[in-house]
Design a protein around this ligand. Structure first.
Ligand code: ZN
Length: 410
C-alpha cells in the first residue's frame, strides 16, 4: 500500500494546512520528500478549496473568490533532482473520496472570471455531476452519461527565481495594454489571499507579493487542463530548482478539450497516486522546454462522433485571419445550437461540451483567410439518437429541468 504523504481534511480550510499552497514561488519549502523510484499518494482539494457546494444554487459560482485559486498539494521534493533534469511522473491512479463522490461544472459571471463563451453566457450557472464508479451523470443535464477520463488539471514543478521574474514581467506587460478589461488579460501576483505553504510568516510577505498566480499553463506545465494527461499517463517535467518541487491539484473527473466552461471541467476533490524518477540533465539531452507526456493505455472508448466545423468568421460576420480561437468558438456554438434541437437549453449544451470527452482539433491553419477548427461530440454518451436523419430531431427533453442560474452581480 503506497503511503499517503499529503493528507487533507475537507472540513478544514486549505489555509489551515501547510502542505497546500496557491502561488508559484521557488522558495516555498517542500511539503514532503521522496526518493526516485518511490510511489506515493497525495490528497487534493478541488481547485477552489471547497467554495462550490453540492446544491442547486449557482450563487457560489457567481461570488467565488478567484484570487484564492488554485489550491495545490505540495511541493514534493525528490532527492537528487537538480535544475536541468527531467522529473518523470507516472500517474498511477486518481480517485474521488468515498465521502465526496461528486463534482461541479459551471460558467462564471462575465464580471467575475468569464470564460470562453462569456459573451453568450454572461451569468453564473452550475451543474452538479454524481460519480457512479467510473461513470458520471448530472441531475441538471439529463440524457447523458459517460465514463470519466480522470486527470489532474494542474501539475508541475516550482519555477526558478529567474523564470518567475520572466513570467511576472511578460504577463504584466500584457495586462498593462488594457488594465481595466473585464475579465482581465492576465492575473498578476496578489498577496492578500496568497497561501505560501510551509514558508515562515516573515519570509512569506515578500514572496506572496511576487508569487505567480496559478491560472495559466507555463513552461513548467502548471494549469494545462489537458484531458489526456489522465491516470496511466507518464509525464516528463522540466526541473528548475533543487528537489524539483512537484505540486498537483485541480483534479477533473472528466473534461472536454479546451475546458471551455472554465468553472471548469467536472471539478472534484480527491487523491492521486504517483511514482517519480529522474533523467539527469534530460532537458538538454532531449531539447525539452515544455513538458512532454505519453497518454494512458486505458481511455474511455468513444469512437463515433458528430464533428462540428468552425471557421475564423465571428458571430458578427467579420473575417479574421487564421484565428483558431475564433474558429473553435464557432465550432462550439454550432454544436450548442444543434443540441438545442433535442430540447436542451443552451446552458445544458454548453455544460455537455465542457464536461464530456469531447475532442477539439485544429484542422487547418494554412487556407487563408480561414482557420478551421473542429469539435468532436461523442454520440454514444447520449441516451437518445443524436445523429441527423430524414425525420428530423426528436425532442428528448421538455425543458422542465435546467442548469441553475444565479441572478447577476450588481
Ligand atoms: Zn479545473
Amino acid at each position: 500500500m503506497a503511503e499517503t504523504i499529503i493528507k487533507i481534511d475537507l472540513k478544514k480550510s486549505p489555509y489551515e494546512q501547510d502542505t497546500i499552497h496557491n502561488r508559484w514561488h521557488p522558495d516555498i519549502p517542500m511539503a514532503a520528500m521522496v526518493k526516485p523510484g518511490d510511489d506515493f499518494i497525495i490528497e487534493c482539494y478541488d481547485w477552489t478549496g471547497g467554495q462550490i457546494k453540492n446544491n442547486d444554487d449557482a450563487a457560489d459560482v457567481r461570488d467565488v473568490d478567484l484570487s484564492q485559486v488554485h489550491f495545490l498539494s505540495g511541493p514534493v521534493g525528490v532527492e537528487g533532482a537538480e535544475p536541468g533534469d527531467l522529473l518523470v511522473v507516472d500517474i498511477l491512479d486518481i480517485g474521488a473520496f468515498q465521502e465526496s463522490l461528486w463534482g461541479f461544472n459551471g460558467f462564471f459571471s462575465k464580471k467575475n472570471g468569464g470564460g470562453f463563451l462569456t459573451e453568450h453566457f454572461p451569468e453564473a450557472q452550475k451543474s452538479i455531476w454524481d460519480f457512479n464508479g467510473m461513470f458520471t451523470k448530472s441531475r441538471h443535464v439529463p440524457g447523458v452519461e459517460f465514463a470519466g477520463l480522470i486527470h489532474p488539471g494542474l501539475i508541475g514543478c516550482l519555477p526558478s527565481k529567474e523564470m518567475l521574474a520572466e513570467w511576472n514581467k511578460r504577463e504584466k506587460e500584457l495586462f498593462d495594454t488594457d488594465p481595466t478589461r473585464v475579465p482581465g488579460l492576465a492575473n498578476l501576483p496578489y498577496a492578500p489571499t496568497a497561501h505560501m505553504g510551509k514558508m515562515k510568516k516573515e519570509d512569506a510577505a515578500v514572496a506572496a507579493a511576487e508569487g505567480a498566480r496559478t491560472v495559466p499553463p507555463r513552461e513548467h506545465g502548471g494549469n494545462c487542463d489537458i484531458k489526456d494527461l489522465s491516470r496511466g499517463s507518464k509525464v516528463y517535467f522540466p526541473v528548475y530548482v533543487k528537489g524539483g518541487g512537484l505540486s498537483v491539484g485541480d483534479l477533473h473527473f472528466s473534461q472536454g478539450d479546451g475546458e471551455i466552461t472554465f468553472c471548469g471541467a467536472i471539478e472534484m476533490a480527491g487523491w492521486i497516486h504517483l511514482r517519480v524518477s529522474l533523467i539527469k540533465d534530460g532537458m538538454k539531452k532531449y531539447g525539452i522546454k515544455n513538458p512532454i507526456f505519453k497518454p494512458s493505455p486505458i481511455t474511455p472508448k468513444y469512437d463515433d462522433y458528430l464533428i462540428f466545423e468552425g471557421i475564423s468568421v465571428d458571430e458578427q460576420g467579420k473575417q479574421h485571419y487564421l484565428d483558431v480561437h475564433i474558429a473553435y468558438r464557432q465550432a462550439c456554438l454550432n454544436a450548442i445550437e444543434y443540441l438545442t434541437k433535442f430540447g436542451y437549453s443552451r446552458a445544458q449544451a454548453y455544460a455537455i461540451l465542457g464536461t464530456a470527452p469531447v475532442q477539439g482539433h485544429i484542422s487547418g491553419v494554412v487556407d487563408v483567410p480561414n482557420a478551421c477548427a473542429t469539435l468532436w461530440l461523442p454520440t454514444d454518451i447520449f441516451e437518445f439518437d443524436v445523429k441527423p436523419n430524414v425525420d428530423g430531431p426528436k425532442k428528448y427533453l421538455d425543458g422542465s429541468i435546467d442548469v441553475p442560474l444565479a441572478p447577476d452581480l450588481k
